[in-house]
Write a protein that binds this ligand. Structure first.
Ligand code: BG6
Length: 476
């Protein structure tokens, strides 16, 4: 089995997890810059702890990351060496607009991404750009409380306009918000939200989501107007919920959990809130503040394709006893251990067949072209005395997932635009801030304690993935 010609094979990164240079060339401070390493990380990411500046008591992995800001030419050449057809990256909002809503863009920031995109095209690599990947400008969090406030929509649109006007000739594929459903699990990362005592957390989250959805719909319209022929997608942290047993209560629970996940992209793809979403909000005591015209905006700004990350499936039960056996993974707290699956070192359960299932489910639900924009295994690697890095576990994970993807395309007929594996080059983990949780086929000599030469080298998986791309998936 092979993928169709023109399939976009590649890899994916996010600005805050790889660029570093957080205060260089006029870049403003962003939410992710103040998310520390260590025990406070998740508290900040979840909006339970306010941290709008850096302090000496913490270290901040995003500050240097793997310093891709200064290594991007070398890194893109390495990606080209694997035969990449596509590179998914995100733009750091505060590199373009340091305060999030400046009237004049930061020229150095604009020039940086232009040069990066030109570098991609030099090798025939198509950039796929995430406009907002877990970053909200700190200045806007201070001014508005992040996406709680409707004025964020205009700021976002201003930022989008700069991107579309400057890069429309170089970038055809865009995503508005990374893993928009993660707003429910990591609200500071997803929307710059910090909760006040006594606040109805769900109210704040759904209100912020509404603002992001309106912003996304307007961005889609603006993109189509300024860049005819471009394609704009939504992005879901996917992974279907399985009922723990065939007890109808478990089956119903699984459907409900899935709906919580689809909530956001249902709006982005279908252009309206689903009926059950309104009821679910009502039951949570949520009253959305909407404006006349919002429904039309959502209806007119539907996306062209559906992209998603897939690391694992999830399993859920209605039985409180079973729920005690919680599984870890992708910051999603509501999942129990599936006894049929093995787990990664970080407890993320490995389920290649779940990818085929997810592809089928998403296509049945939306009927839009799909794009797998994240998939991979976070694992520790060992550098041998001769500098080689043997990572058969990563090859095995990718082989099984790519096989499932080939089956979905060849045997089920699912239209799939591309596959960009996550963290094709080692980078900072979003959930733990670690460097030792590595996803890359390109190794970076950088460690949890901040030491390392930043030198890049090729793992065994580098040569394996090169062969997969060369044969369009035939030789796994
Ligand atoms: C996704 C994010 O949730 O999963 C990435 O879009 C993230 O930013 C990736 O890095 C893997 O998660 P982690 O926590 O292992 O880095």
């Amino acid at each position: 089995m092979r993928m169709p010609d023109g399939f976009l094979w590649g890899g994916a990164t996010a600005a805050n997890q790889c660029e570093g240079a957080y205060n260089v060339d006029g870049r403003g401070l962003s939410s992710v810059d103040v998310v520390p390493f260590g025990p406070d990380r998740m508290k900040v990411a979840r909006g339970e702890m306010k941290m709008l500046a850096c302090d000496d008591a913490h270290t901040y992995p995003a500050h240097q990351a793997i310093d891709m800001y200064h290594h991007y030419k070398e890194d893109i050449a390495l990606m080209a060496g694997m035969g990449f057809k596509c590179y998914r990256l995100s733009i750091a909002w505060t590199r373009i607009l340091p305060n999030g809503d400046d009237d004049t863009p930061n020229a150095a920031g604009v020039a940086f991404y232009r040069s990066l995109f030109e570098e991609c095209h030099k090798y025939g690599i198509e950039p796929l750009v995430t406009i907002c990947h877990f970053d909200t400008p700190i200045a806007l969090i201070k001014k508005y409380g992040g996406w709680k406030d409707r004025r964020m929509i205009d700021a976002f649109l201003k930022y989008c306009r700069v991107l579309f006007e400057n890069y429309g000739d170089l970038v055809k594929y865009w995503l508005t918000f990374n893993e928009i459903n993660m707003l429910l699990h990591m609200p500071f990362m997803g929307a710059g939200l910090v909760f006040e005592e006594g606040e109805n957390v769900r109210q704040v989250q759904y209100q912020a989501a509404h603002h992001e959805l309106i912003a996304s719909a307007k961005a889609v319209q603006l993109a189509h107007e300024l860049m005819p022929g471009c394609m704009v997608g939504c992005m879901l942290a996917a992974g279907q919920y399985y009922p723990y047993t065939c007890d109808p209560a478990d089956v119903y629970k699984a459907m409900e959990c899935d709906r919580d996940n689809y909530f956001f992209i249902d709006v982005q793809v279908r252009g309206a809130y689903p009926v059950w979403a309104k009821k679910r909000m009502e039951q949570a005591g949520v009253v959305l503040d909407t404006r006349p015209g919002d429904e039309e905006i959502l209806a007119r700004g539907t996306v062209d394709f559906v992209s998603f990350s897939y690391y694992s499936s999830r399993c859920i039960s209605a039985d409180p006893e079973v729920l005690k056996n919680k599984a870890r993974g992708n910051a999603v707290v509501k999942a129990v251990v599936n006894p049929y699956l093995k787990s990664s070192e970080w407890g993320w359960q490995i389920d290649p067949q779940g990818l085929r299932l997810t592809l089928n489910t998403l296509y049945d639900r939306y009927g839009k072209p799909l794009f797998i924009v994240e998939n991979g295994l976070g694992a520790q690697d060992t550098v041998e005395a001769d500098g080689s890095i043997h990572d058969p576990y990563r090859i095995d994970y990718m082989r099984q997932h790519i096989k499932a993807m080939l089956e979905a395309v060849n045997l089920d007929g699912i239209p799939l635009m591309g596959y960009t594996c996550w963290g094709c080059i080692d980078l900072v983990s979003a959930s733990t801030g670690e460097m030792k949780k590595r996803y890359g086929m390109i190794y970076v000599d950088k460690h949890n304690d901040g030491t390392g030469t930043l030198a890049r080298s090729k793992k065994d998986s580098y040569y394996w993935y090169k062969k997969v791309i060369e044969t369009n998936g035939e030789d796994l």
